[in-house]
Ligand binder design. Structure first.
Ligand code: NAD
Ligand code: UGA
Length: 461
């Protein structure tokens, strides 16, 4: 019989740990959930009375935190205590691309995962189920098991893989109504314990159980397939621009074939987000490490196409602005990697900005949810120019109208719905003429903008 779980600990209070555990706490009032993190500022923000200050913005999240916080949902920096008290421990820490040593630029950096394993082993005084929630290279569970068994206090650890498939911006609906929940493991009782938690709100037929390695590899594969669809449609968008075909029409025509399906075929300035690139690079690294060169090269192309799309967009801006953007003001609407999130990791906006700044453009950014500090940090992290120069060339403003005032061109980098509601007539009047809009998200209405007098470019048209 499976053990009934009464206390859960989740290590890592980020974009996955925070929303995922909040939903478990909401749906399972009989389970105490404690989310811990080494980052005290992040934990303080999760505990902030003002729900506007939660560190993650997701529609519907603050309501859940308000309902469950300090009832059966707790945020803490006392990691040892939470590990000690828990029956089940989720590891939801970051697994970024390695930026040093062997596998630099490709492999996942597992140092935070290993630290968690060592801490769990050192603290645990009774048997624990340890759940991989982070996205990990296939076969990581074997390394985790070795660390836990060899450095622990003689207690039993069962390892499960339970990758997370939520997308940012829709995290809460994805968690409450998932397409599937995937649980990989070896020990039937441990698997059943986790199945029972999800079964509080997810139909059992949607809870899929597999062996550990299938579960770990399915997560990397799912992200690779999703990113591949975006790169595929983006490749076609370039061809559309040369031939008079319209990429939305092509996407609709192919998407109605049920074998292809209509989702995830929106051409764009390029995919961003913390995971697609990182996970494909990791897949490429794993394939290469097994000598599967053709497999590695195949997936690598998805990233190449994405880089090409970002540069192609920036190049198009430069060419259209009479082959120079030096000293010209370009207004960026949007900086987040997609709408309805304040996350900017790997956002296409960062790379388009960098490219234009290399051409001495001056950029003004407006994003409804991203802070100025975040935008400057993203640019500084590139090490392309000094942080003083980034601050001199890039201005961050609080209204879209301030961003577009006196601009030579507007570039739409994030598909925030609110952008559609702006007074585009008023915006045009205050811009330099001809007034250009480069729509990297195919968000606005061509006819409406052209009627106002804009020169309007959209990807794939
Ligand atoms: P994140 O950077 O937002 O959060 C990770 C947190 O872990 C940070 O707050 C960090 O301080 C904390 N942490 C790191 N090491 C720690 C340690 N030893 N002890 C305690 N805390 C520690 O990352 P994220 O976006 O939540 O992603 C986490 C994992 O989930 C990654 O593997 C990612 O690939 C995967 N994932 C992310 C998403 C997403 O939408 N962001 C979706 C599915 C899966
Ligand atoms: C993605 C996956 O969708 C999740 O299933 C997965 O859990 C997550 O990665 C992860 O592992 O981190 P996320 O990156 O949050 O989720 O957001 P997506 O909706 O997948 O969008 C990723 C990027 O692709 C965004 O920049 C988005 O604008 C772009 N995109 C997406 C397109 O350009 N066109 C599309 O049709 C879809």
């Amino acid at each position: 019989m499976s053990k009934t779980i009464k206390k859960i600990c989740c290590i890592g209070a980020g974009y996955v740990g925070g929303p995922t555990m909040s939903v478990i706490a909401k749906q399972c009032p009989h389970i105490d959930v404690t989310i811990v993190d080494v980052n005290a500022a992040r934990i303080n923000a999760w505990n902030d009375k003002n729900l506007e200050n939660l560190p993650v913005y997701e529609p519907g999240l603050s309501e859940i935190v308000e309902e469950a916080r300090n009832r059966n949902l707790f945020f803490s920096t006392d990691i040892d205590r939470a590990i000690d008290e828990a029956d089940m421990i989720f590891i939801s820490v970051n697994t970024p691309t390695k930026n040093y040593g062997k596998g630099k630029g490709l492999a996942a950096d597992l140092k935070y995962i290993e630290l968690c394993a060592r801490q769990i082993a050192a603290v645990a005084k009774n048997n624990k189920i340890v759940v991989e929630k982070s996205t990990l290279p296939v076969r990581t569970a074997a390394a985790l098991k070795s660390i836990l068994d060899n450095t622990g206090n003689g207690v039993d650890f069962h390892i499960l893989s339970n990758p997370e498939f939520l997308a940012e911006g829709t995290a809460i609906t994805d968690l409450i109504n998932p397409d599937r929940v995937l649980i990989g493991g070896e020990n039937e009782n441990a698997i059943a314990a986790l199945v029972d938690i999800y079964a509080n709100w997810v139909e059992r037929s949607k809870i899929l159980t597999t062996n550990l390695w299938s579960s770990e590899l399915s997560k990397l594969t799912a992200n690779a397939f999703l990113a591949q669809r975006v790169s595929s449609i983006n490749a076609i968008s370039a061809l559309c621009e040369k031939t008079g075909a319209n990429v939305d029409e092509v996407a609709k025509a192919i998407g109605m074939d049920t074998r292809i399906g209509s989702k995830f075929l929106k051409a764009s300035v390029g995919f961003g987000g913390s995971c697609f690139q990182k996970d494909i690079l990791n897949l490429v690294y794993i394939a290469r490490s097994y000598g599967l060169t053709e497999v590695a090269d195949y997936w690598d192309q998805v990233i190449h196409m994405n880089d090409y799309q970002k540069h192609r967009f920036a190049d198009h801006i430069i060419q259209t602005l009479y082959n120079t953007v030096s000293g010209k003001k370009i207004a960026f609407l949007g900086w987040a990697f997609k709408k309805d999130t304040n996350d900017t990791r790997e956002s296409a906006a960062i790379y388009v900005a960098d490219y234009l700044l290399n051409e001495q453009a001056e950029i003004t950014v407006y994003d409804p949810k991203v802070s100025a500090e975040r935008i400057y940090a993203d640019l500084d992290d590139l090490n392309s120019r000094s942080s003083d120069e980034n601050r001199r060339l890039v201005k961050i403003v609080n209204t879209p109208y301030d961003a577009c005032d006196d601009a030579h061109a507007i570039a739409i980098l994030t598909e925030w719905d609110v952008f559609k509601t702006y007074d585009w007539q008023k915006i045009k009047e205050k811009m330099k003429k001809p007034a250009f809009v480069f729509d990297g998200r195919k968000l606005l209405n061509r006819k409406e903008l052209e009627d106002i007098g804009f020169k309007y470019y959209a990807i794939g048209e």
